[in-house]
Design a protein around this ligand. Structure first.
Ligand SMILES: [Zn+2]
Length: 157
């Protein structure tokens, strides 16, 4: 066992701004979010649908090009609850006012999953395989902010 009495706590300020192109595939995915659509892409080799899209299937090495709309229903493959978050200004951890639920979410008709927030739910409500639906921004922009997260299916309007 390590000796925790001799640990040193470091605070490392981070500048978390990014200045890089997400590429045409991600631009199309983001544009779909602006229309309240989850867009995936199908591999011509194995037929799997990837969300978010990827240009090359890692199983077949085939180039993907057939866009398909997936969801809007989805399932929680797994989940966790976070009680702290990284403060982008200081790089340290700060407490959240209430726990945030993060889930690995697989949209219906997709063969891959991604991590997003689960809203309008308590950690104790969560079950593996539970049905979710997207929560869209009131006027979704064509970027990540358009999709606020997911919530238990049928939880609200
Ligand atoms: Zn494939």
């Amino acid at each position: 066992m390590s000796d925790l009495k001799n640990t040193v706590e470091l605070t490392i300020p981070m500048d978390a701004e990014f200045h890089w192109s997400v590429g045409s595939y991600m631009e199309r995915f983001f544009a779909g979010l602006g229309e309240r659509k989850l867009m995936g892409i199908r591999c011509p080799g194995c037929g799997r649908v990837f969300v978010p899209p990827r240009m090359i299937c890692e199983r077949c090495f085939a180039e993907t090009e057939e866009w398909v709309e997936v969801g809007p229903g989805a399932v929680a493959v797994s989940f966790t609850a976070a009680s702290v978050e990284v403060d982008p200004k200081t790089g340290g951890l700060r407490d959240l006012e209430e726990p945030a639920i993060l889930a690995l979410i697989k949209p219906d008709k997709a063969d891959s999953a991604f991590v997003h927030r689960v809203l309008e739910a308590e950690p104790g409500d969560m079950r593996e395989g539970m049905a979710l639906e997207p929560v869209w921004a009131p006027q979704p922009a064509g970027d990540l902010s358009g999709l606020l997260g997911f919530r238990p299916a049928g939880a609200g309007g």
